[in-house]
Design a protein around this ligand. Sequence first.
Ligand code: G4P
Length: 526
Amino acid sequence: MATLNEEIQRRRTFAIISHPDAGKTTLTEKLLLFGGAIHIAGAVKSNKIKKTATSDWMEIEKQRGISVATSVMGFNYGDYKINILDTPGHQDFAEDTYRTLTAVDSVIIVVDVAKGVEQQTRKLMEVCRMRNTPVIIFVNKLDREGRDPFEILDELEAELKIKVRPLSWPINIGAKFKGVYNIYENSLDLFTPDKQKVSERVEIDDVNDPRVDEAVGETDASKLREDLELIEGVYPEFDVEEYLAGQTAPVFFGSALNTFGVKELLDCFVKIAPSPRPVSTVEREVRPDEPAFSGFVFKIHANMDPNHRSCIAFVKVCSGRFERNANYKHIRSGKMMKFSSPTAFMAQKKNIVDEAFPGDIVGIPDTGNFKIGDTLTEGENIHFKGLPSFSPEMFKYIENTDPMKSKQLEKGIQQLMDEGVAQLFVNQFNGRKIIGTVGQLQFEVIQYRLLHEYGAQCRWEPISLYKACWIESDDEDALAAFKKRKHQFMAVDREGRDVFLADSNYVLQMAQTDFPKIRFHFSSEF
Ligand code: G4P
């Protein structure tokens, strides 16, 4: 039987992130294909929800229901156990994605060669940067006309604010795309457009091998040599330590749809990507190889069946061995709990698991006990950190429209906030409740769910706000003066912390200038 340490070392838990349409679903599917988890392309439900711009959120929820099945995909690849954490494609669920990123040890970013760095990628990269998450970049769709690879590299560096280092290099692009030279392994793969077949590998010693000329023609071979020379001149040698520290991102080129460059990416990924790393708690750092189990809830997925309110809480194992039917302490409530049917997704199948190791995700059926960020341990009182809430981008007052049902409304709001659907602030000036979200869809989701699951009715009233920021200061007088001056715009979050509701960017900037002793934070963890 493998030791705990061996189990940890062979695990790779990561997420693939991209702007919608760059090829995340396609790449995920191809990785599953290599892992033998699926056998034909097309088996993974394409995350079409992102293409429904807004409006039909029921349809979206249905699809999200489907996507629970794919929210964690585990499979073995060689000696490695790989866990891919899926992230919702629709930008209105960006908060879900942020939280998922707290449960991964590394990230693969997919970029469309024609479109370069897009808005969503930029945002998600900011979250990675906050946590120094190691990232690998896959530049996709080389079979289509796109931009010059050097230009793409410059853009990646400038826009994602990370040093880049190409580890493979394309030979032409679009209609003339011939293949990829793998710098990491000094090998050459020729492109054959085929969705199922893996590329053809040419045996070569290095790029100066005449077989390169035979394979791609003299002109392209000499262009390749020139490009590689330039790369060696411009980019320092790839340093795994820098990658692991989140300072340098290795870059691969390929075409996910054609399964081209994907195996190279995967092979390099398993070698260099980190196994589960120590995780911070408020009290101390928890190492994965500690014998006692600990983990935290990073995602709660509600069952949309109105007659049967139940959820799955997704727990990331951080240390020790998780066992079915063992007694674990739910730190927030102080209660001991036992889980008789924890599940995991292995090779697309949902199974009850008897044990899980650091890096693994277990799904625990729940009826409202869990809240995002909750810690489970064998008894030690620790609290995992790193699940910040970000300032929402849209705000509305929530009003009760059925006075007979105010208790239900209270309870519903509380539970939906526990699930992380949105954030609640209470305005200290007028006592009104404000719901903050990252997208319009959440308001519809909340209204619908309150009605169908709690029998409560609400309506939304507009409020014009730009951002909510958490404030603090070492100087109590300064804090009091600020709160007095801005009393109409002061609120508290669910933990009772002070939040300043800025109604415009200008007001926020003025406040920052006028009150230098106040620190303004745009995420709840500081
Ligand atoms: P996403 O999850 O990041 O949103 O992207 P997804 O994989 O769904 O891919 C978006 C579109 O890009 C899909 O086309 C997909 O087939 C295509 N695509 C992905 N990789 C490549 C590639 O390497 N080359 C080319 N040419 N296209 C690629 P679609 O027409 O929107 O969907 P579908 O009908 O093909 O499923």
